[in-house]
Design a protein around this ligand. Structure first.
Ligand code: ASP
Length: 340
């Protein structure tokens, strides 16, 4: 009898600890993963990244603290990063092989499982805003290219001249890769140069945000310029729901960054949610398995930020670094760049 009661007591302890609400509201962001090494970073650059991550996350945190929605928090937080030339999203987007900037973004609402995404737009100032508009104001989930721009215009979103996205730094990164390609005649080497995360300056830099609001609603969003030197209208994982972004109030929200082709093949963001739903894994267990085990085995590089319905948060990446930050309900701020 005693043994039965004791084991019942143990079972209730383990289930409450897994289900325990850690934060009433919380927010987590990334500014891209890649070969981010301390030795390649100046103090000024490091300080600039940290300051911008802090500015961005505090915008979202204050929205949540004042009772705002997770959707609003994700939008406004990502917009701070889109407007900064530091990140490969919006203003700081990388260049395609043709010397243009083609932007992708996606958003998902964990309450309704509704979603919006945009791929390959060249003149919309805030792709994350457009992704949310596609979700709320159209019957579609994903729009692309000129059609997406026409929709943005119709909805009164800010349109900019494509030159708005020009940054010298990113342009030089493209020139470097193009020059390397010219000297690598062998086809395989050429392929490698397109993707090689070790090529300095071809670092990723996508931005993403996941937020949980006081009403228990999770929202997730991701915005990117894709990969330097992309061509043929290449689209990565960032606008793919289930790969770059996923949110479900019953499980978690996820935003990804990294080598997009692998994230699409692995369905990274949805797989994390599915492992929690079907295998009853914790957020930590699910994110670790998907990034460190499944994605790594396939040869993919990158990482995610995620948070669950109880306000647990997780950073997980298999690269040298990932620009990242989180804030819990008490306002405790964590900002990190490198692996520890
Ligand atoms: N995942 C993005 C892409 O493949 C790139 C990145 O996250 O840096 O387009």
């Amino acid at each position: 009898m005693f043994l039965i009661l004791f084991s019942l007591f143990l079972m209730s302890c383990s289930s409450t600890s897994k289900e325990e609400k850690i934060n009433d509201f919380a927010i987590i962001i990334h500014g891209g993963a890649g070969t981010i090494l301390k030795k390649n970073m100046t103090d000024e650059k490091e300080a600039a990244y940290k300051a911008k991550l802090e500015e961005a996350i505090k915008v979202g945190y204050n929205i949540l603290k004042n009772g705002g929605t997770s959707t609003e928090a994700v939008l406004k937080t990502i917009q701070v990063m889109e407007e900064s030339p530091l990140f490969n999203a919006g203003k700081g987007a990388v260049f395609t092989n043709a010397g243009t900037n083609e932007l992708d973004a996606s958003f998902m609402d964990g309450k309704t499982l509704n979603a919006g995404a945009v791929a390959g737009v060249k003149d919309v100032k805030s792709p994350i805003e457009l992704a949310i508009k596609i979700m709320t104001d159209s019957e579609h989930v994903m729009l692309s290219g000129e059609g997406a721009s026409a929709f943005a215009k119709e909805k009164g979103l800010e349109i900019v001249d494509p030159s708005y996205f020009y940054t010298e730094n990113r342009y030089q990164s493209l020139q470097k890769i193009i020059n390397q390609e010219k000297t690598q005649l062998d086809h395989d080497a050429k392929k490698a140069s397109f993707y090689d995360p070790n090529i300095k300056d071809s670092k990723f830099g996508t931005v993403g945000c996941v937020a949980l609001d006081k009403n228990g609603n999770i929202a997730a969003g991701t915005s990117t310029g894709g990969m330097t030197n992309k061509r043929w209208g290449r689209i990565g994982d960032a606008p793919i729901i289930g790969s770059g972004t996923y949110a479900n109030n019953n499980t978690c929200g996820v935003s990804s960054t990294g080598w997009g082709e692998y994230f699409i093949r692995s369905q990274v963001a949805y797989d994390i949610s599915a492992q929690m739903e079907y295998q009853k894994k914790s957020l930590k267990e699910a994110t670790k398995d998907v990034i460190q085990n499944k994605l790594t085995k396939l040869g993919g590089t990158g990482g995610i930020v995620a948070l669950d319905k109880n306000g647990n948060m997780s950073f997980e990446f298999n690269t040298e670094g990932m620009y990242r930050a989180s804030m819990d309900e008490k306002g405790k701020l964590i900002i990190k760049i490198y692996k520890e």
